[in-house]
Ligand binder design. Structure first.
Ligand SMILES: [Zn+2]
Length: 153
């Protein structure tokens, strides 16, 4: 409740700027100050609202930033794939016994400008070369790929 002027005659709560009571015309008006507790209450409500708005705004901003990082990567036939999906798929290849297509995918990844993609491809090649079941010829091929790609930068 905001401040008001209480009429002593009729008890009407008049506007703070009143000189006489607007209900009965009485002149005995007592100024009643808004009590401090409710002031604090309103302040806290305002503060809470501010933080809620701030939180909502901040979250939206973060989401927007995330979106810019979802760069489509053109892997084959110009089919866009989400950046992180692509990285995850690349990592999965490291667990496989590589065939021709896996090798092709890794060689393609090595040619991307993106540092993370490149490093992931190098990681996969390293895993392949460490596979004990792999042919010596292939191991040499992977190791030389690692060397040439690391040098390029
Ligand atoms: Zn009055």
């Amino acid at each position: 409740m905001a401040s008001y002027k209480l009429c002593e005659d009729c008890g009407y709560k008049n506007d703070i700027n009143s000189i006489s009571c607007s209900l009965c015309g009485g002149k005995k008006l007592n100024l009643k100050e808004e009590n401090k507790r409710s002031k604090i209450k309103y302040y806290l409500i305002f503060l809470g609202l501010f933080f809620v708005l701030f939180y909502v705004f901040y979250n939206r901003k973060e989401k927007a930033e995330l979106k810019t990082e979802e760069i489509p990567v053109f892997v084959s036939e110009k089919r866009p794939i989400n950046y992180y999906t692509y990285l995850r798929s690349l990592k999965k290849i490291s667990r496989l016994n590589p065939d021709e297509n896996d090798e092709k995918a890794i060689k393609r990844a090595l040619n991307y400008e993106d540092k993370t993609i490149k490093e992931t491809a190098l990681f996969v090649l390293k895993k392949w070369s460490q596979n004990p079941g792999i042919k010596e010829e292939k191991r040499k091929e992977y190791l030389s790929l690692i060397n040439t790609s690391s040098d390029k930068k």
